[in-house]
Unconditional design. Structure first.
Length: 117
């Protein structure tokens, strides 16, 4: 499966963005999809993931209350809604897919989010 992330951009602190991750084919019932981010000079950081059916989701504790993951399997798309953005949220955001409980081995190209005034 191939993944295409989009929706990044420049936003002011306190603003919001919605990232999209579109898969090349259906991931419903087979692929868990996750979002990760990597800030300059830092390691990749897990943001959130959602099960193949959308019935369960997990997120980094430090981001709960601001970031929400969801999926629309009819559109082969997983979203990351990011609210109350902070400068420290600045990073390249990647989506990735894991087949039937495996590791995240399918990665999109990343989309840059910059939070700055």
């Amino acid at each position: 499966v191939q993944l295409q992330a989009s929706g990044g951009g420049l936003v002011q602190p306190g603003g919001f963005l919605r990232l999209s991750c579109v898969a090349s084919r259906s991931t419903s019932g087979r692929y868990t999809v996750g979002w990760f981010r990597q800030a300059p000079g830092k390691e990749r950081f897990f943001v959130a993931s959602i099960s193949s059916t959308g019935s369960s989701a997990y997120g980094a504790d430090s981001l709960k209350g601001r970031f929400t993951i969801s999926r629309d399997n009819a559109k082969n798309t997983v979203y990351l809604q990011m609210n109350s953005l902070k400068p420290e949220d600045t990073a390249v955001y990647f989506c990735a897919a894991a087949y039937r409980g495996g590791t995240f081995e399918y990665w999109g190209q990343g989309t840059l989010v910059t939070v700055s005034s």
